[in-house]
Ligand binder design. Structure first.
Ligand code: BGC
Ligand code: CA
Length: 299
């Protein structure tokens, strides 16, 4: 039976970006607007205990492991390295000169490149893009004309890439060349909206099925690569934002949530909004977050 329980004592205004860190067996998660990255161990009581916190001077949309104990963050309008000792170093700009735009979700592919997208703070249609931090430290613009570039992931063979755009509510599948990262044909496998919420973060599990968090829908849905819904897991909060498998056996599904967008009534009826949840017995499993393998000093 699937069990959903709150597991963070802290609350995020825009709690987001859960990633299981296989180096330390910790969960990293974010509060995007406050620029906070937390690294937390899962205690024997099933609650997360924050062991390290990074506070950036800008919003942080996503992190990926880098080196033995650091991170690369998609933050502000570009990429930043976060060292374990608290130092942060700007690596590269992405959305150069784009006022009102910030980095949002991102993830690494198996080749170690970090793909991360952007959105306009006011969610203006078409102002988002998808960027790739390459293995030589340069940035490539991969796609333009997105609205809220969000969850991204790949099948195990690296030949299909999934990308959510929370503006139109779409989950797109792209043919991708794993070696070069070049994108081929694109098709929308599913579109959501209304009471279902919009697709936000995603993780692809070891069976190549997608687990997608629905912002405004209080749910995580498991979908086939063709876009068919296999399972809907419901949450006691409506702004579910991102998901990652982790824990000792990679089978605990961690799901972040946000307070953002809830009126006073909703804050009362959703007392756990903004916390991280853990889902046991979902039937999915995945490897820890893939690392960025390029240079982490500015080029
Ligand atoms: C963004 C939020 C946005 C939400 C739903 C998140 O990834 O960071 O600003 O409201 O997706 O669209
Ligand atoms: Ca997101």
């Amino acid at each position: 039976m699937t069990q959903v329980v709150a597991c963070s004592s802290e609350v995020g205004v825009l709690g987001e970006g859960v990633r299981w860190d296989g180096r330390s067996d910790r969960l990293a998660w974010l509060d995007i607007t406050s620029g906070v990255v937390r690294e937390a161990a899962l205690g024997p009581d099933g609650w997360l205990r924050t062991e390290r916190t990074h506070t950036l001077d800008r919003p942080v949309g996503a992190v990926a492991p880098a080196g033995p104990d650091g991170w690369v963050a998609a933050a502000g309008r570009g990429f930043v390295h976060l060292a374990a000792d608290g130092t942060s170093t700007d690596l590269a700009e992405a959305a150069v000169g784009q006022a009102g735009v910030r980095m949002n979700d991102g993830s690494c592919d198996r080749q170690g490149r970090f793909w991360a997208g952007t959105m306009a703070e006011d969610e203006s249609p078409g102002r988002g893009a998808l960027y790739r931090l390459e293995l030589d430290g340069t940035v490539t613009t991969v796609l333009e004309g997105l609205t809220i570039s969000n969850g991204i992931g790949w099948t195990a063979d690296g030949r299909t890439m999934f990308l959510n755009d929370s503006g139109p509510g779409t989950i797109d599948a792209f043919v991708v060349d794993p070696a070069s990262g070049d994108l081929g044909s694109r098709r929308t496998i599913a579109t959501f909206g209304g009471d279902d919420g919009v697709p936000d973060g995603l993780v692809v599990d070891e069976e190549d099925t997608l687990w997608v968090a629905f912002y405004g829908g209080g749910a995580v849905r498991r979908l086939t690569p063709a876009g068919d819904v296999l399972l809907t897991v419901r949450f006691p909060v409506s702004q579910t934002t991102a998901c990652a498998f982790g824990g000792a056996d990679g089978a605990t599904l961690f799901v972040s949530s946000a307070l953002q967008g809830l009126d006073e009534g909703a804050r009362v009826s959703e007392p756990d909004a903004g916390r991280v949840f853990r889902v046991e017995g979902s039937g999915g499993r995945a490897a820890p977050a893939l690392p960025y393998l390029g240079p982490v000093a500015p080029g």
